[in-house]
Design a protein around this ligand. Structure first.
Ligand SMILES: [Fe+2]
Length: 456
Protein backbone atom coordinates (compact mmCIF):
# COMPACT_ATOMS: atom_id res chain seq x y z
CA UNK A 1 0.00 0.00 0.00
CA UNK A 2 1.23 3.46 -0.90
CA UNK A 3 2.27 5.38 2.24
CA UNK A 4 0.26 8.44 3.16
CA UNK A 5 2.27 11.59 2.69
CA UNK A 6 1.87 15.32 3.02
CA UNK A 7 1.88 17.66 0.01
CA UNK A 8 5.67 17.54 -0.06
CA UNK A 9 5.93 13.74 -0.04
CA UNK A 10 6.85 13.32 3.64
CA UNK A 11 5.32 10.23 5.27
CA UNK A 12 2.52 10.76 7.79
CA UNK A 13 1.34 8.15 10.29
CA UNK A 14 -2.17 7.56 11.53
CA UNK A 15 -4.44 9.11 8.92
CA UNK A 16 -5.86 8.38 5.48
CA UNK A 17 -5.30 10.24 2.21
CA UNK A 18 -8.35 12.51 2.60
CA UNK A 19 -7.34 13.39 6.13
CA UNK A 20 -3.79 14.12 4.94
CA UNK A 21 -5.27 16.64 2.51
CA UNK A 22 -7.14 18.28 5.39
CA UNK A 23 -3.87 18.42 7.29
CA UNK A 24 -2.08 20.12 4.38
CA UNK A 25 -4.85 22.69 4.10
CA UNK A 26 -4.83 23.50 7.78
CA UNK A 27 -1.05 23.75 7.92
CA UNK A 28 -1.23 26.32 5.12
CA UNK A 29 -3.92 28.24 6.99
CA UNK A 30 -1.88 28.03 10.20
CA UNK A 31 1.03 29.82 8.53
CA UNK A 32 -1.30 32.33 6.93
CA UNK A 33 -2.47 33.14 10.48
CA UNK A 34 -6.09 32.30 9.73
CA UNK A 35 -8.29 31.75 12.77
CA UNK A 36 -9.92 28.47 13.73
CA UNK A 37 -7.07 26.19 12.68
CA UNK A 38 -6.74 24.48 16.06
CA UNK A 39 -10.46 23.65 16.15
CA UNK A 40 -10.14 22.08 12.68
CA UNK A 41 -7.09 20.14 13.83
CA UNK A 42 -8.99 18.90 16.86
CA UNK A 43 -11.82 17.73 14.58
CA UNK A 44 -9.27 15.89 12.47
CA UNK A 45 -7.79 14.28 15.58
CA UNK A 46 -11.26 13.22 16.73
CA UNK A 47 -11.57 11.33 13.43
CA UNK A 48 -7.96 10.15 13.38
CA UNK A 49 -6.64 9.98 16.97
CA UNK A 50 -3.65 8.03 15.72
CA UNK A 51 -2.41 11.00 13.65
CA UNK A 52 0.98 11.44 15.31
CA UNK A 53 2.01 14.80 13.92
CA UNK A 54 -1.46 16.18 14.62
CA UNK A 55 -1.07 15.41 18.33
CA UNK A 56 2.38 17.00 18.30
CA UNK A 57 1.04 20.08 16.52
CA UNK A 58 -1.63 20.51 19.21
CA UNK A 59 1.20 20.40 21.74
CA UNK A 60 3.21 22.96 19.75
CA UNK A 61 0.15 25.23 19.64
CA UNK A 62 -0.30 25.15 23.39
CA UNK A 63 3.37 25.94 23.92
CA UNK A 64 3.07 28.68 21.32
CA UNK A 65 0.51 30.45 23.52
CA UNK A 66 3.52 31.35 25.66
CA UNK A 67 2.03 30.73 29.11
CA UNK A 68 3.19 28.20 31.68
CA UNK A 69 -0.47 27.44 32.41
CA UNK A 70 -0.66 25.85 28.94
CA UNK A 71 2.26 23.50 29.52
CA UNK A 72 0.16 20.70 31.11
CA UNK A 73 -2.05 20.59 28.00
CA UNK A 74 1.03 20.48 25.77
CA UNK A 75 2.34 17.60 27.87
CA UNK A 76 -0.97 15.81 27.50
CA UNK A 77 -0.77 15.98 23.70
CA UNK A 78 2.87 14.88 23.80
CA UNK A 79 1.86 11.85 25.87
CA UNK A 80 -0.93 11.05 23.39
CA UNK A 81 1.61 11.15 20.54
CA UNK A 82 4.16 9.09 22.44
CA UNK A 83 1.56 6.42 23.21
CA UNK A 84 0.80 5.83 19.54
CA UNK A 85 2.17 2.56 18.24
CA UNK A 86 3.05 3.87 14.80
CA UNK A 87 5.44 6.80 14.42
CA UNK A 88 8.20 7.28 11.91
CA UNK A 89 11.62 8.74 12.64
CA UNK A 90 10.65 12.25 11.63
CA UNK A 91 7.58 12.19 13.83
CA UNK A 92 9.64 10.89 16.75
CA UNK A 93 12.04 13.79 16.30
CA UNK A 94 9.10 16.22 16.41
CA UNK A 95 8.08 14.56 19.68
CA UNK A 96 11.62 15.13 20.96
CA UNK A 97 11.38 18.81 19.97
CA UNK A 98 8.09 19.16 21.82
CA UNK A 99 9.45 17.27 24.81
CA UNK A 100 12.43 19.64 25.00
CA UNK A 101 10.08 22.63 24.73
CA UNK A 102 7.77 21.55 27.55
CA UNK A 103 10.83 20.86 29.69
CA UNK A 104 12.31 24.29 28.95
CA UNK A 105 15.42 22.79 27.32
CA UNK A 106 16.25 25.37 24.69
CA UNK A 107 19.42 23.80 23.27
CA UNK A 108 17.77 20.39 22.93
CA UNK A 109 14.76 21.87 21.20
CA UNK A 110 16.96 23.77 18.81
CA UNK A 111 19.01 20.66 18.06
CA UNK A 112 15.91 18.58 17.34
CA UNK A 113 14.47 21.22 15.00
CA UNK A 114 17.79 21.71 13.22
CA UNK A 115 18.10 17.94 12.76
CA UNK A 116 14.58 17.87 11.34
CA UNK A 117 15.25 20.51 8.67
CA UNK A 118 18.65 19.00 7.95
CA UNK A 119 17.24 15.55 7.29
CA UNK A 120 13.86 16.58 5.87
CA UNK A 121 14.38 20.05 4.39
CA UNK A 122 10.81 20.10 3.07
CA UNK A 123 9.33 19.65 6.54
CA UNK A 124 7.40 22.94 6.59
CA UNK A 125 6.27 22.44 10.18
CA UNK A 126 9.86 21.96 11.37
CA UNK A 127 11.11 24.94 9.34
CA UNK A 128 8.46 27.29 10.71
CA UNK A 129 9.00 25.98 14.25
CA UNK A 130 12.73 26.56 13.91
CA UNK A 131 12.51 30.06 12.46
CA UNK A 132 9.92 31.10 15.02
CA UNK A 133 12.01 29.70 17.85
CA UNK A 134 15.10 31.56 16.65
CA UNK A 135 13.12 34.81 16.58
CA UNK A 136 12.80 34.60 20.37
CA UNK A 137 16.39 33.51 21.05
CA UNK A 138 17.68 36.78 19.62
CA UNK A 139 20.21 34.98 17.42
CA UNK A 140 19.77 36.84 14.15
CA UNK A 141 22.71 35.14 12.43
CA UNK A 142 21.26 31.74 13.13
CA UNK A 143 17.86 32.93 11.91
CA UNK A 144 19.41 33.86 8.60
CA UNK A 145 21.47 30.67 8.53
CA UNK A 146 18.32 28.56 8.94
CA UNK A 147 16.62 30.48 6.15
CA UNK A 148 19.68 30.13 3.91
CA UNK A 149 19.88 26.40 4.54
CA UNK A 150 16.34 26.00 3.25
CA UNK A 151 16.70 27.89 -0.04
CA UNK A 152 18.58 25.01 -1.65
CA UNK A 153 15.54 22.72 -1.39
CA UNK A 154 12.54 24.96 -1.90
CA UNK A 155 11.49 26.37 -5.25
CA UNK A 156 8.15 27.39 -6.74
CA UNK A 157 7.46 23.79 -7.84
CA UNK A 158 7.31 22.67 -4.19
CA UNK A 159 3.89 22.88 -2.59
CA UNK A 160 3.86 25.57 0.10
CA UNK A 161 6.93 27.34 -1.30
CA UNK A 162 5.44 30.76 -0.55
CA UNK A 163 5.27 29.86 3.14
CA UNK A 164 9.04 29.65 3.48
CA UNK A 165 9.55 33.05 1.83
CA UNK A 166 8.12 35.09 4.72
CA UNK A 167 10.63 33.78 7.28
CA UNK A 168 13.41 34.14 4.69
CA UNK A 169 12.40 37.75 4.04
CA UNK A 170 12.22 38.45 7.74
CA UNK A 171 15.64 36.94 8.47
CA UNK A 172 17.19 38.91 5.59
CA UNK A 173 15.60 42.08 6.95
CA UNK A 174 16.98 41.57 10.46
CA UNK A 175 20.40 41.04 8.87
CA UNK A 176 20.10 44.40 7.07
CA UNK A 177 19.65 42.94 3.57
CA UNK A 178 16.63 45.12 2.93
CA UNK A 179 16.43 44.82 -0.85
CA UNK A 180 16.58 41.04 -0.78
CA UNK A 181 14.10 40.97 2.08
CA UNK A 182 11.67 43.11 0.12
CA UNK A 183 12.02 40.95 -3.01
CA UNK A 184 11.22 37.78 -1.10
CA UNK A 185 8.36 39.32 0.85
CA UNK A 186 6.78 40.58 -2.37
CA UNK A 187 7.24 37.15 -3.94
CA UNK A 188 5.38 35.58 -1.01
CA UNK A 189 2.63 38.20 -1.30
CA UNK A 190 2.17 37.38 -4.99
CA UNK A 191 1.03 33.91 -3.90
CA UNK A 192 -0.94 35.01 -0.85
CA UNK A 193 -1.63 38.76 -0.85
CA UNK A 194 -2.52 38.61 2.84
CA UNK A 195 0.37 36.45 4.04
CA UNK A 196 0.73 38.25 7.35
CA UNK A 197 4.28 37.16 8.02
CA UNK A 198 5.40 38.41 4.60
CA UNK A 199 3.45 41.65 5.05
CA UNK A 200 5.09 41.97 8.42
CA UNK A 201 8.58 41.40 6.98
CA UNK A 202 7.84 44.14 4.43
CA UNK A 203 6.65 46.46 7.21
CA UNK A 204 9.99 45.91 8.96
CA UNK A 205 11.86 46.84 5.80
CA UNK A 206 9.83 50.05 5.56
CA UNK A 207 10.39 50.80 9.24
CA UNK A 208 14.13 50.20 9.21
CA UNK A 209 14.64 52.20 6.02
CA UNK A 210 12.51 55.06 7.31
CA UNK A 211 9.97 54.57 4.49
CA UNK A 212 7.18 55.60 6.80
CA UNK A 213 4.64 56.80 4.22
CA UNK A 214 5.03 53.61 2.21
CA UNK A 215 4.77 51.48 5.32
CA UNK A 216 1.68 53.31 6.48
CA UNK A 217 0.07 52.95 3.04
CA UNK A 218 0.97 49.27 2.71
CA UNK A 219 -0.63 48.30 6.03
CA UNK A 220 -3.57 50.72 5.73
CA UNK A 221 -4.38 49.07 2.41
CA UNK A 222 -5.08 45.76 4.21
CA UNK A 223 -6.49 47.27 7.41
CA UNK A 224 -10.09 46.31 6.64
CA UNK A 225 -9.01 42.66 6.31
CA UNK A 226 -6.60 42.39 9.25
CA UNK A 227 -9.23 41.31 11.73
CA UNK A 228 -9.94 38.23 9.62
CA UNK A 229 -6.72 36.82 11.05
CA UNK A 230 -5.61 35.32 14.35
CA UNK A 231 -4.04 37.16 17.27
CA UNK A 232 -0.81 37.87 15.41
CA UNK A 233 -2.77 40.64 13.70
CA UNK A 234 -2.32 42.76 16.84
CA UNK A 235 1.39 42.99 16.08
CA UNK A 236 0.69 44.09 12.52
CA UNK A 237 -1.58 46.80 13.91
CA UNK A 238 1.30 47.76 16.19
CA UNK A 239 3.51 48.27 13.15
CA UNK A 240 0.87 50.51 11.59
CA UNK A 241 0.82 52.51 14.83
CA UNK A 242 4.63 52.87 14.69
CA UNK A 243 4.36 54.32 11.19
CA UNK A 244 1.75 56.77 12.43
CA UNK A 245 3.99 57.76 15.34
CA UNK A 246 6.82 58.23 12.86
CA UNK A 247 4.63 60.48 10.73
CA UNK A 248 3.62 62.51 13.77
CA UNK A 249 0.02 61.27 13.69
CA UNK A 250 0.07 60.47 17.38
CA UNK A 251 -3.71 60.66 17.90
CA UNK A 252 -4.23 58.03 15.22
CA UNK A 253 -1.67 55.77 16.90
CA UNK A 254 -3.49 56.18 20.21
CA UNK A 255 -6.80 55.36 18.52
CA UNK A 256 -5.24 52.20 17.10
CA UNK A 257 -4.17 51.25 20.60
CA UNK A 258 -7.78 51.47 21.78
CA UNK A 259 -9.41 49.89 18.77
CA UNK A 260 -6.97 47.22 17.65
CA UNK A 261 -3.79 46.80 19.66
CA UNK A 262 -5.20 46.52 23.16
CA UNK A 263 -8.97 46.93 22.78
CA UNK A 264 -9.86 44.72 25.72
CA UNK A 265 -8.30 42.49 28.32
CA UNK A 266 -5.66 40.21 26.83
CA UNK A 267 -2.89 38.22 28.44
CA UNK A 268 -1.43 37.15 25.08
CA UNK A 269 2.29 37.85 25.29
CA UNK A 270 2.50 39.76 22.00
CA UNK A 271 -0.42 41.96 23.05
CA UNK A 272 1.34 42.87 26.29
CA UNK A 273 4.60 43.60 24.44
CA UNK A 274 2.87 45.66 21.74
CA UNK A 275 0.78 47.60 24.24
CA UNK A 276 3.53 48.49 26.71
CA UNK A 277 5.95 49.34 23.94
CA UNK A 278 3.52 51.65 22.15
CA UNK A 279 2.40 53.45 25.32
CA UNK A 280 6.01 54.10 26.30
CA UNK A 281 6.84 55.46 22.84
CA UNK A 282 3.78 57.71 22.87
CA UNK A 283 4.58 59.07 26.33
CA UNK A 284 8.13 59.83 25.22
CA UNK A 285 6.57 61.94 22.46
CA UNK A 286 4.54 63.82 25.05
CA UNK A 287 1.18 62.07 24.65
CA UNK A 288 -1.05 61.78 27.70
CA UNK A 289 -2.13 58.13 27.50
CA UNK A 290 -4.60 58.42 30.39
CA UNK A 291 -5.55 55.22 32.17
CA UNK A 292 -4.27 52.93 29.44
CA UNK A 293 -1.32 51.63 31.47
CA UNK A 294 -3.84 50.26 33.97
CA UNK A 295 -5.33 48.01 31.30
CA UNK A 296 -1.91 46.64 30.38
CA UNK A 297 -0.93 46.31 34.02
CA UNK A 298 -4.11 44.30 34.72
CA UNK A 299 -2.96 41.75 32.13
CA UNK A 300 0.61 41.87 33.42
CA UNK A 301 -0.49 41.33 37.01
CA UNK A 302 -2.81 38.50 36.09
CA UNK A 303 0.07 36.60 34.48
CA UNK A 304 2.95 37.26 36.86
CA UNK A 305 5.36 34.34 36.62
CA UNK A 306 3.50 32.73 33.74
CA UNK A 307 5.07 34.12 30.57
CA UNK A 308 7.43 31.78 28.78
CA UNK A 309 8.68 34.33 26.24
CA UNK A 310 11.39 36.25 28.12
CA UNK A 311 11.06 39.39 25.97
CA UNK A 312 7.62 39.83 27.56
CA UNK A 313 9.07 40.19 31.06
CA UNK A 314 10.52 43.70 30.80
CA UNK A 315 7.25 44.92 29.26
CA UNK A 316 5.35 43.35 32.11
CA UNK A 317 7.68 44.95 34.67
CA UNK A 318 7.35 48.34 32.98
CA UNK A 319 3.55 48.21 33.09
CA UNK A 320 3.50 47.12 36.75
CA UNK A 321 5.98 49.80 37.80
CA UNK A 322 4.31 52.51 35.76
CA UNK A 323 1.06 51.87 37.65
CA UNK A 324 2.71 51.55 41.07
CA UNK A 325 1.73 47.93 41.56
CA UNK A 326 4.59 47.22 43.95
CA UNK A 327 3.55 43.82 45.33
CA UNK A 328 2.92 42.36 41.87
CA UNK A 329 6.16 43.86 40.57
CA UNK A 330 8.11 42.44 43.52
CA UNK A 331 6.56 39.02 42.91
CA UNK A 332 7.39 39.21 39.20
CA UNK A 333 11.01 40.19 39.83
CA UNK A 334 11.41 37.52 42.53
CA UNK A 335 10.10 34.89 40.12
CA UNK A 336 12.61 36.05 37.50
CA UNK A 337 15.45 35.86 40.02
CA UNK A 338 14.43 32.31 40.89
CA UNK A 339 14.46 31.33 37.25
CA UNK A 340 17.82 33.02 36.72
CA UNK A 341 19.27 31.21 39.73
CA UNK A 342 17.91 27.94 38.38
CA UNK A 343 19.88 28.65 35.20
CA UNK A 344 16.89 29.09 32.90
CA UNK A 345 17.93 30.30 29.49
CA UNK A 346 17.70 34.12 29.07
CA UNK A 347 16.38 34.51 32.61
CA UNK A 348 19.37 36.39 34.08
CA UNK A 349 19.33 38.99 31.29
CA UNK A 350 15.53 39.24 31.33
CA UNK A 351 15.61 39.81 35.07
CA UNK A 352 18.27 42.52 34.84
CA UNK A 353 16.48 44.32 32.00
CA UNK A 354 13.14 44.02 33.80
CA UNK A 355 14.60 45.55 36.96
CA UNK A 356 15.98 48.39 34.89
CA UNK A 357 12.65 49.01 33.13
CA UNK A 358 10.89 48.91 36.49
CA UNK A 359 13.10 51.83 37.56
CA UNK A 360 12.08 53.68 34.41
CA UNK A 361 8.42 52.93 35.08
CA UNK A 362 8.80 54.24 38.62
CA UNK A 363 10.34 57.46 37.26
CA UNK A 364 13.80 56.80 38.69
CA UNK A 365 15.87 58.07 35.78
CA UNK A 366 19.31 57.80 37.33
CA UNK A 367 18.83 54.21 38.46
CA UNK A 368 17.40 53.19 35.09
CA UNK A 369 20.36 54.72 33.27
CA UNK A 370 22.86 53.12 35.60
CA UNK A 371 21.37 49.66 35.18
CA UNK A 372 20.26 49.72 31.54
CA UNK A 373 23.14 51.48 29.86
CA UNK A 374 25.60 48.58 30.27
CA UNK A 375 22.93 46.15 29.02
CA UNK A 376 21.75 48.13 26.02
CA UNK A 377 23.36 45.88 23.39
CA UNK A 378 23.31 42.54 25.20
CA UNK A 379 19.58 42.91 25.89
CA UNK A 380 19.09 41.84 22.27
CA UNK A 381 19.67 38.29 23.52
CA UNK A 382 16.09 38.41 24.83
CA UNK A 383 14.92 37.99 21.25
CA UNK A 384 12.46 39.90 19.04
CA UNK A 385 13.22 42.24 16.15
CA UNK A 386 15.35 45.36 15.88
CA UNK A 387 12.12 47.36 15.77
CA UNK A 388 10.90 45.84 19.04
CA UNK A 389 14.31 46.04 20.71
CA UNK A 390 14.36 49.73 19.83
CA UNK A 391 12.26 50.24 22.97
CA UNK A 392 15.47 50.00 25.03
CA UNK A 393 17.04 52.87 23.09
CA UNK A 394 13.81 54.87 23.19
CA UNK A 395 13.81 54.69 26.98
CA UNK A 396 17.54 55.40 27.24
CA UNK A 397 17.45 58.48 25.04
CA UNK A 398 14.39 59.78 26.85
CA UNK A 399 16.15 59.22 30.16
CA UNK A 400 19.37 60.91 29.03
CA UNK A 401 17.27 63.95 28.11
CA UNK A 402 15.47 63.86 31.46
CA UNK A 403 18.89 63.82 33.13
CA UNK A 404 19.95 66.78 31.01
CA UNK A 405 22.76 64.77 29.42
CA UNK A 406 22.55 65.90 25.79
CA UNK A 407 25.87 64.31 24.67
CA UNK A 408 24.68 60.93 25.97
CA UNK A 409 21.34 61.31 24.17
CA UNK A 410 23.18 62.19 20.95
CA UNK A 411 25.52 59.24 21.31
CA UNK A 412 22.67 56.80 21.94
CA UNK A 413 20.77 58.12 18.93
CA UNK A 414 23.88 57.61 16.80
CA UNK A 415 24.39 54.07 18.11
CA UNK A 416 20.80 53.35 17.31
CA UNK A 417 21.56 53.84 13.62
CA UNK A 418 23.75 50.72 13.63
CA UNK A 419 20.70 48.44 13.48
CA UNK A 420 19.65 50.21 10.26
CA UNK A 421 22.91 49.82 8.42
CA UNK A 422 22.36 48.12 5.08
CA UNK A 423 25.53 48.02 3.08
CA UNK A 424 27.23 50.66 1.00
CA UNK A 425 24.18 52.46 -0.49
CA UNK A 426 22.87 53.37 2.97
CA UNK A 427 26.22 54.62 4.27
CA UNK A 428 26.25 58.25 3.06
CA UNK A 429 22.77 58.91 4.43
CA UNK A 430 23.45 57.25 7.77
CA UNK A 431 26.70 59.16 8.29
CA UNK A 432 24.89 62.38 7.37
CA UNK A 433 22.20 61.62 9.94
CA UNK A 434 24.85 60.77 12.56
CA UNK A 435 26.58 64.13 11.91
CA UNK A 436 23.26 65.92 12.17
CA UNK A 437 22.69 64.25 15.54
CA UNK A 438 26.07 65.49 16.71
CA UNK A 439 25.03 69.09 15.91
CA UNK A 440 21.50 68.92 17.30
CA UNK A 441 21.32 70.04 20.93
CA UNK A 442 17.66 70.84 21.33
CA UNK A 443 16.05 68.18 23.58
CA UNK A 444 12.67 68.38 21.85
CA UNK A 445 14.22 67.86 18.42
CA UNK A 446 16.45 65.06 19.71
CA UNK A 447 13.38 63.36 21.18
CA UNK A 448 11.57 63.76 17.86
CA UNK A 449 14.41 61.85 16.17
CA UNK A 450 13.26 58.80 18.14
CA UNK A 451 10.06 58.70 16.09
CA UNK A 452 11.85 58.24 12.81
CA UNK A 453 15.41 57.28 13.54
CA UNK A 454 16.31 60.56 11.91
CA UNK A 455 15.97 58.90 8.52
CA UNK A 456 14.22 60.65 5.63
FE1 LIG B 1 7.42 43.08 13.99
Amino acid sequence: MKPITDARGLALSGLDADQAEHYDALLTDLYLYRPGVQARLQDLLDQAPGFVLGQVLRGYAHMGDGLSTDVPEARRYLALAQALPEANERERLHMAALQAWVNGRVAERLQALEDLVLRWPLDLLAYRQLTSMLFWTGDKRRQLAAAMQAVAYWDPSVSGHALVLGPLAFALQEAGSYELAETHALQALEQHPLDLWALHALAHVHEMQGRLQEGERSLSAVADRLNDFNLFRGHVWWHLALFKVGLGRLDEALALFDQQIFPGPSVFYLDIQNAASLLARLEIQGVNVGERWQRVADAAEQTVGQHLVAFTWPHQALALARTGRSPALAAALAGMRDQAQAGADQAAMAQAVSEALAHYGAGDHALFMRQMRPLRHDAASLGASHAQQDLYFQLLVDTALHLGDVPLAQSLLQERLASRLAGAPAWPRLTEVARHMAQERDPARLRALLRTGGLP
